[in-house]
Design a protein around this ligand. Structure first.
Ligand code: NAG
Ligand code: NAG
Ligand code: NAG
Ligand code: NAG
Ligand code: NAG
Ligand code: NAG
Length: 500
């Protein structure tokens, strides 16, 4: 029996057992003989509309050749009268030609040859390469709130199977799940900065990668900022209260005074101006400067204002105080040499109404080797103010009776007929002698621990311990202090121009 007949017998037996008809090829058996082929098994990677030839050549002459596509017979050299399938033809040398290939031609092709030395089969394959195509869902635009978790799904087609990558504003990000040609990206919106372009890129090396994208707009509650939380004014002046609101979607803004809506009209008006945001992605974010103008301040106009901004997401407020109080005092660095028991302090403030008095608070602070929680109480001194020609008050005051080689902190407030100013920043200084300086800056950042409580509970009158000497500035500050005071005055004059 020839090997061929042997396989036929086996197949027939198998067909009987399984009760079904099978092709008479026994590939496993016949493929073993492939060393008799001159042609070698090939996978032809090709493109749509190309023409492909699959070779089938033996080292010896052949009797007949047949081609199968998977289980389907295509051509048989013994039956030239049978028409081959569309676009397929058999060359006399045994090669199979597939013209104008379609993606449906992708598959395994078997060439079966019969010669004197037997019956052999060789396997070839055609893989029609297809450039990637990609679909994204949602597409175009998606609006999400902060806190939202949402999914973007990308589906890619192509041969070979495209690889999907994601980009958010041009940065590659990792996908969360991948099933075949579908990949999903789960995004949790944590901040408005996540807004931007989400791109899904599918590439398989065929042609250009395919890109689909969706724009992510992050919706957020209004962000209110108050450039000037306290607006200093006086009766009869024009006052501008300003409030900057960023929001998506756009917010509507209403002004309230002591909790009641501000009556707009001849006396008070509002202005809005859109702020330019140069972020290309954030174009949907609405940034507006809102201004409440009080044309001629009356006593009843003073007090707390609220700028209330609301959009679909939420309502946020900012507050502005309109006041006639003096501005907070500012200590000036005193460059003069300090004695071991006294210290010269210079501070400055500005008030539209005459300043009547200052309140100076000071206390010794522990040096490095004492825990900072242990604090002495503030000592408060009342210092009368002297009249000046302008609106700026520069005061020089010498604290006497201090401990040598010690650290102190001071703060000062000013009062006019409208009321007390806010506290100045706390300033620290050391008296002469060797002193172990803790690591703080001259101007304290510890404003927070300077609470109301400190003032109400800790103030003790110890002025009798000290002998205070005063020297008021009316344009006659000596030395280097005078120059810096002059420069400082110029700055304040500019601020005043802005206010009025
Ligand atoms: C193949 O031909 C069809 C019909 O002419 C055409 O639509 C298609 O774009 C062609 N494919 C390629 C990859 O050129
Ligand atoms: C078979 O014949 C065709 C047509 O003549 C030719 O293009 C092809 O190269 C031949 N194949 C081999 C393997 O000789
Ligand atoms: C906006 O423009 C200014 C000036 O051109 C630039 O300094 C700033 O970085 C830009 N901001 C953003 C968010 O692009
Ligand atoms: C602080 O340290 C110095 C020397 O390091 C020491 O002489 C002094 O007694 C210490 N003061 C306190 C209050 O512990
Ligand atoms: C002070 O600052 C210096 C340098 O920043 C640091 O090495 C040192 O440990 C600090 N001392 C204290 C008591 O914090
Ligand atoms: C600080 O003030 C509080 C409250 O008035 C008082 O109880 C406490 O004794 C004072 N401490 C000192 C060291 O004077």
């Amino acid at each position: 029996m020839t090997p061929h007949m042997c396989s036929v017998v086996r197949c027939l037996l198998a067909a009987l057992i399984l009760g079904q008809v099978q092709a008479e090829l026994d590939f496993n058996n016949d493929l073993e003989n492939s060393q008799k082929f001159k042609s070698i098994p090939t996978t032809v990677k090709t493109y749509e509309n190309d023409t492909v030839q699959l070779p089938c050549t033996l080292n010896t002459p052949f009797r007949y050749v047949r081609w199968h596509r998977d289980d389907v017979a295509l051509v048989d050299s013994r039956h030239p009268e049978l028409p081959p399938p569309d676009r397929i033809m058999l060359w006399p040398n045994g090669s199979l030609q597939v013209a104008n290939v379609q993606s449906s031609d992708t598959g395994d092709y078997y060439c079966e040859m019969n010669s004197d030395s037997g019956h052999v089969v060789q396997q070839h394959a055609i893989e029609v390469q297809l450039a990637p195509q990609v679909l994204i869902e949602p597409s175009d635009l998606t609006e999400q709130r902060i806190g939202a978790i949402f999914e973007v799904v990308c589906e890619a087609q192509g041969v070979p199977q495209p690889v999907i990558t994601w980009r958010l504003n041009g940065n590659v990000i990792q996908p969360q799940s991948n099933t075949g040609n579908r990949q999903s990206l789960i995004l949790e919106i944590k901040s408005r900065n996540q807004a931007g372009l989400i791109e899904c890129v599918a590439s398989n090396g065929v042609g250009e990668p395919a890109v689909a994208n969706v724009y992510l707009h992050v919706l957020f509650s209004p962000e209110v900022s108050i450039p000037q939380p306290v607006v200093y004014t006086k009766l009869g002046s024009r006052a501008h209260l300003e409030c900057i609101v960023e929001a998506a979607p756009a917010a509507t803004v209403k002004w309230f005074h002591h909790g009641l809506p501000v009556a707009l009209g001849a006396h008070s008006t509002t202005h809005e101006s859109e702020l330019q945001t140069n972020r290309s992605v954030d174009h949907y974010v609405n940034a507006v400067r809102h201004m409440l103008v009080v044309k001629s301040v009356r006593n009843a106009d003073m007090g707390q204002y609220e700028c209330r901004a609301s959009n679909q997401i939420s309502v946020k407020s900012g507050s502005v105080e309109l006041t006639g109080r003096p501005m907070p005092c500012l200590f000036k660095i005193n460059p003069g040499t300090q004695s071991s028991t006294s210290h010269v302090l210079v501070w400055q403030t500005e008030s539209l109404l005459p300043i009547m008095e200052f309140k100076l608070k000071f206390r010794q602070i522990p040096s490095n080797n004492v825990t900072r929680q242990v604090r002495t109480n503030w000592t408060e001194l009342t210092i009368p103010a002297q009249a000046t020609n302008g609106l700026i008050y520069i005061t020089t005051y010498t604290l006497h009776g201090l401990q040598p080689a010690s650290l102190y902190e001071v703060s000062v407030l000013a009062r006019n007929s409208f009321g007390w100013s806010d506290n100045s920043k706390i300033v620290r200084f050391a008296t002469g002698g060797e002193v172990e300086l803790p690591n703080y800056s001259t101007e304290s950042e510890l404003q927070d621990d300077f609470t109301e409580e400190d003032f109400h509970n800790e103030i003790t009158q110890r002025s009798e311990v000290l002998s205070a000497s005063m020297m008021f500035n009316s344009g006659s500050v000596n030395g280097r202090g005078g120059i810096s005071a002059f420069i400082y005055s110029l700055c304040l004059i500019n601020i005043l121009r802005l206010i009025s």
